[in-house]
Ligand binder design. Sequence first.
Ligand code: HAM
Length: 439
Amino acid sequence: MLLERKIGVKYQKPKGTADILPQEAQLWDEVEAKSREVFRRYRYGEIRVPLFESYDLYARSSGDTSDIVTKEMYDFNDKGGRHMALRPEGTAGVVRAYVENKLYGPEFPKPYRVYYMGPMFRYERPQSGRQREFHQIGVEAFGSDSPLLDAETIQLGVDLLHSVGVHDLRLAINTLGDPETRQAYHQALVDYFTPHKAELSEDSQIRLAKNPLRILDSKDPQDKPLVADAPSILDYLTPAAQAHFSVVKESLDKLGIAYVVDPTMVRGLDYYNHTIFEIMTTSPAFGNKELTVLAGGRYDGLVEQVGGPALPGVGFGLGTERLMLLVQHNRPAEEAAPLNVYIASLSEPAGAEALVLAHAIREAGYTVDMDFLNRKAKSQFKTANRENAQLVITLGEDELAHSAASIKQMATGQQIQVPFAEVTTEFHKIYQQLVEEGK
Ligand code: HAM
């Protein structure tokens, strides 16, 4: 059946998504370039993994009681009947790639450090700084259980934010300990919440049975008073977990990184243990609310859970949109880069010649634009002015007859005639003479 062709139907972007237009993309590029530079210094290499994977990978790693899995996954059956999902976060796919490509082998460095940048998808209620398609800049480091690596990862996050001019940060850390700690704390939470079960929200009553730690992360006001008095995980740490956390804190002290220990912090994903951290900031860009820009932690056990050897990992994810809001707010809008050359053509044959000259000048490394709308000379000059052109080349009848271009320097009004052949081969010289020496 042929679809009726409707003219003039207007489409809107899906709810919770955003178009990143060229004027913003420039700043995104800049922030990404600065991040890459910081990663280079820390010896992180880029990894690019698929935007979708099997649903099972995310369900298993994020945890089947997490909001991400129960409420926010964009999942679908593909045409072959496979249950797939758009990635809600970066860690699971990177761990899968680490295992599948055997990046733990002896030929690879340890820790094995990778970073990634790209879109993530979560079916959330959109609001400022919260989208359904959003981007993360993230890092993962595999193969070392040293608490020094936790501290280095936090330092990397702080450096990254500083490198793009974001200061006034608040770092909160906590520990979820080792499996033994978790077991003891799990029991303590069950013992504490069970007598109050009826006072808990419906969701938290389910969490109590499945994963009581999740209750601590509840956003339901009904749960808040009980959560406030819940036992603290810090009282259940095994000596080994305690020692790990102490080294993290001492290292941060040594590095001069200020932090607060928040024993109620649990994070929204189930794969964490030992150190977890969040870097928050309050900014008019967020309506003066405090938002988490960067968050992560250690996930020893996840590699094994995803079918690899028992190797530890630690990393973080940074919300790029949130970071961009901060960066944009901190910095006045920059002036657009000037256009090096505008070619005004006053006839059809001149247009064809303009195309050839434009190509040659672009090959020499300069930015060039010309008319494609058959505009009158006056309106072409107006465009050249609006684009802030440094040089305007005019091609009229006279110029074509002499195979020479009139080149005008806009700042001084100085004008010269240059044979086409010279423009094509010697543009660099012409530009230097007119623009750089004229300064
Ligand atoms: P996460 O805390 O779920 O952790 O996300 C990290 C950051 O991504 C958040 O702090 C926030 O800045 C940003 N973010 C999350 N959801 C949204 C959203 N809907 N809209 C805009 N920004 C958002 C992770 O994803 C872990 N994979 C981090 C990690 C890496 N842990 C270890 N390695």
